[in-house]
Design a protein around this ligand. Structure first.
Ligand SMILES: [Cu+2]
Length: 133
């Protein structure tokens, strides 16, 4: 019961990030395997879900330059319009910069900072807003 309540909290703890009109919401949940997270990406542009997107999701640790080499993964479409899934195999907990590369329908790149722990991932906030580049 507590676990499912936590999952709900994680699902709804998503924040928008803007770049060239594309808005990305990312939520990640832990898997039974340490440091592996199942992430859902929701893409919106001009208020509409972005369908047919080609997304590559990478991750790096800003506090540990050159220390990690997480292989970027291709996100796959989910059931909902504008929804995509990717499994991230991170090497440790802590703050990661998620690098979301869009190849279609527009070319774009979003960098979103999330603090990963045993419960999932929380957006890193600066001045009350999600930290992003
Ligand atoms: Cu690290």
């Amino acid at each position: 019961m507590l676990k499912s309540a936590l999952s709900l909290v994680l699902i709804f703890s998503v924040f928008p990030a803007w770049a060239q009109g594309v808005q990305a919401k990312v939520s990640c949940q832990p898997t039974p395997t340490d440091f592996i997270y199942d992430c859902t990406i929701q893409l919106v542009r001009n208020g509409q879900p972005v369908e047919g997107a080609k997304i590559t999701l990478g991750a790096d640790m800003p506090s540990m330059p050159m220390a990690h080499n997480v292989r970027p993964v291709q996100a796959r479409p989910g059931k909902q319009a504008g929804e995509y899934h990717a499994r991230l195999d991170l090497e440790m907990r802590g703050v990661w910069a998620l690098k979301l590369r869009l190849a279609a329908p527009v070319q774009d790149q979003l960098i979103l900072h999330y603090d990963f722990d045993e419960k999932g991932a929380q957006p890193v906030m600066r001045s009350g807003r999600p930290l992003r580049k």
